[in-house]
Design a protein around this ligand. Structure first.
Ligand code: UDP
Length: 466
């Protein structure tokens, strides 16, 4: 008889609930960017949901306050919702390395990739359950019956049942997925199904990501959004941009980011295999001759100690560095690996912002992508993007209008070809950059996102008792 190994208990120091405090921001900060009818619509929805919520709190629960798209978005949305007079709070759950190894495995498999190859078996489930069970009471001490809870991603799905039993409205918000389900996605969904099913409603970024057992009456498609006034996206002066992109401490391979007489193409990503930073570097060095000689590649990601729920990062960055070191000198001279410090989050965001403004073209060669704020961000800054035609990137980038899409994310030659064609035609680049900015303004700002949540909460609260 075989015994599943006993899971080690989660590390007490990390497995605890922490509240992330966000200062409210008045909603009318967005007003100058929006057409008057959009402002009116937002005001009406917010007033309606405020009335329906009465004294209730809307909670967000995820697993990190920094690094990655979910944390990025929550900072903005929580601030605006609080500024609109709603009571919105944000909690993070913690976990030991074993918990995050399991949730990263789920994350990878929901993207159709085996990840670390480990099993999603009874032992994995026991680790997962034990970590959340240890934090359940802390959540229940805060959340009251009748409140609304948004649980983000697989890391928190396991809280749905206990919250529902407590008479709380539970929405599971999944930020990841692939269009075509396969053995890996099916395995992840088999793990998650009974954890997710107690939720009253599910939110996905794309319809195709939702497995067929999700109740369509309570499935909502809500794509992410960015905050134009956050440190990540706010306008920066030329001198500040110059200083930020040349912060010396962040260069891990290659010389400093070149000065203005060269042009930069940039991919910003967490050090995650599915973002394929290595694939970008490989394509760039192999097809260097296809690009004008003033073009440099910059790959920028967070310092690898900075993102608590991302155990792959150290390995992926190390592999990229090794790869860089083995490149011919000509490619090394024109490629730069940056690891952007995470100790000061505002400074990190401003640095990414500056890099995105410094770049002529944004790249996102992801092999799978739930949405890809790293596509939205350069678009907002008026940069065209060259990106894989996968997941949420397909919704954002109109091919040939705001950038160029790559049908095969693994085709490095096509990537460089697309970059070369844009870089050869600065006017087209500018035109596409303008279209990219308008696309974000019209589809991916916080007002649309808040309205969609307000609608869902209204429908839930009017549907009966939690
Ligand atoms: N990001 C950052 N610093 C970095 C790398 C990434 O702040 O060094 C941010 C990036 O600007 C974006 C988010 O992390 O806002 C990544 O979100 P995305 O939706 O692209 O992908 P995810 O990381 O959630 O898979």
């Amino acid at each position: 008889m075989s015994h599943a190994p006993m899971p080690r208990p989660p590390e007490p120091s990390t497995a605890r609930v922490v509240e992330v405090r966000v200062a409210p921001v008045p909603l009318d900060r967005l007003t100058p960017l929006l057409a008057p009818e959009r402002v009116g619509e937002l005001g009406r929805h917010v007033a309606a949901v405020r009335r329906l919520l009465g004294g209730r709190t809307v909670w967000n629960i995820n697993s990190t306050a920094r690094g990655g798209g979910v944390a990025e978005m929550l900072h903005g949305l929580v601030a605006y919702a609080a500024g609109a007079g709603l009571t919105v709070r944000w909690l993070t759950v913690g976990g030991g390395p074993e918990f995050f190894a399991v949730t990263k495995r789920l994350h990878n498999r929901l993207h159709g990739s085996p990840g670390d190859g480990g099993a999603l078996d009874a032992a994995a489930r026991a680790t997962y359950d034990a970590t959340l069970a240890a934090q359940e009471q802390q959540v229940l001490d805060l959340v009251q019956p009748g409140d609304v809870v948004l649980l983000h991603d697989p890391q928190t799905a396991g809280l749905a049942q206990v919250l529902r039993r407590r008479g709380v409205w539970v929405v599971w918000r999944c930020h990841v997925g692939v269009d075509e389900h396969d053995q890996w996605t099916r395995e992840a969904w088999a793990f998650l199904r009974d954890l997710v099913e107690p939720a009253h409603a599910c939110v996905f970024s794309r319809e195709q990501f939702a497995p067929d057992w999700v109740d369509r009456r309570w499935l909502r498609i809500i794509p992410p959004s960015l905050d134009p006034f956050s440190p990540k996206n706010v306008g920066l002066g030329a001198e500040e941009i110059d200083a930020l992109v040349h912060r010396e401490e962040m260069v891990v391979e290659g010389g400093p980011v070149p000065s203005r007489d060269a042009r930069v193409v940039l991919q910003v990503s967490r050090w995650d295999r599915l973002k394929d930073m290595g694939g970008v570097l490989d394509a760039f060095s192999r097809h260097l001759d296809a690009l004008p000689s003033d073009v440099h590649l910059v790959l920028a990601g967070p310092e690898t100690t900075g993102v608590a729920d991302d155990p792959e990062a150290v390995e992926v960055l190390a592999a990229c560095r090794e790869q860089w070191q083995s490149l011919p000198a000509a490619a090394r001279e024109r490629s730069h690996l940056l690891s952007v410090p995470m100790d000061d989050l505002d400074e990190n965001a401003r640095t990414i912002n500056a890099l995105q403004r410094w770049a002529t073209v944004g790249i996102q060669k992801s092999l799978a992508e739930g949405f890809g704020l790293t596509v939205t961000e350069p678009m907002w800054k008026g940069r065209p993007v060259v990106a894989s035609a996968v997941g949420g990137i397909r919704d954002q980038v109109e091919d040939g209008v705001c950038g160029l899409l790559l049908d095969d994310p693994r085709d490095g030659e096509a990537l460089v070809g697309a970059l070369a064609s844009l870089l050869a035609d600065p006017e087209r680049c500018e035109r596409m950059g303008r279209a990219a900015h308008l696309r974000v303004r019209d589809h991916y700002l916080a007002d649309r996102h808040l309205i969609q949540y307000a609608e869902l909460f209204g429908q839930l609260l009017e549907s009966g008792e939690a």
